[in-house]
Ligand binder design. Structure first.
Ligand code: FES
Length: 199
């Protein structure tokens, strides 16, 4: 059967799950009452293996779930967590929805682009970082929110992100930052004023 080329997907001709991932896939499928419900986790597993979803991945997965490759493409093209192009070792996703935009996500994104020397929607030449502006990450209370690979960083400033990138560049591990771990400048100002008022 001829390989169908899906828009924006990689050009690899062949894909198969590794024997280990094939076992993992069967374990995942067994968790669902309907086999087809495991389609998204199967694609995530393929992405972990390949780095991104290629045309060959979609056709292979379609065969496993006995659906059409076009149905798989419908899922892949809907979910932004499924990538059809190579991304950086660290994929930086900056939320640009309302709460984050009001809390400075636009400026934050520009600062991140300058810091990483990489434009939004691109991967840096050395393959270390890629940047994407994304829709709501579901952490609006921690706006502005940035996701780096699987970690969330909430209430971040360009300075906080700079420290995170410096650590990643040195090969250090970084921990997620929740909103309650960061004192926003506005809140810090209010607390200072309170303290002065009480003194
Ligand atoms: S608007 Fe940014 S996390 Fe919801």
């Amino acid at each position: 059967m001829a390989l169908i080329r899906f828009p924006h997907s990689g050009q690899e001709e062949r894909f198969e799950f590794t024997p280990e991932n094939r076992v993992e896939l069967e374990r995942i499928i067994a968790k669902y009452p309907v086999r087809r419900s495991a389609l998204i986790p199967a694609l995530q597993l393929a992405q972990e293996q390949e780095g991104f979803i290629t045309s060959a991945v979609m056709q292979h997965v379609a065969g496993i779930f006995e659906v059409s490759p076009m149905e798989v493409w419908g899922v892949v093209s809907f979910y932004t967590m499924l990538k059809t192009q190579p991304i950086g070792e660290y994929h930086v996703q900056v939320c640009n929805n309302l709460s984050c935009a009001l809390m400075g996500a636009g400026r934050l994104l520009r600062e991140i682009e300058n810091r990483l020397d990489c434009r939004t929607g691109h991967t840096r030449e050395d393959g270390k970082f890629s940047i994407e502006a994304v829709e709501c990450l579901g952490a609006c209370g921690g706006a502005p929110c940035v996701q780096v690979n699987e970690h969330y960083f909430e209430c971040v400033t360009p300075e906080i992100m700079n420290d995170i990138f410096s650590a990643l560049e040195k090969g250090e591990t970084v921990s997620p930052i929740g909103a309650d771990e960061v004192v926003s400048p506005a809140l810090a100002g209010a607390e200072e004023a309170d303290g002065e008022g009480q003194g």
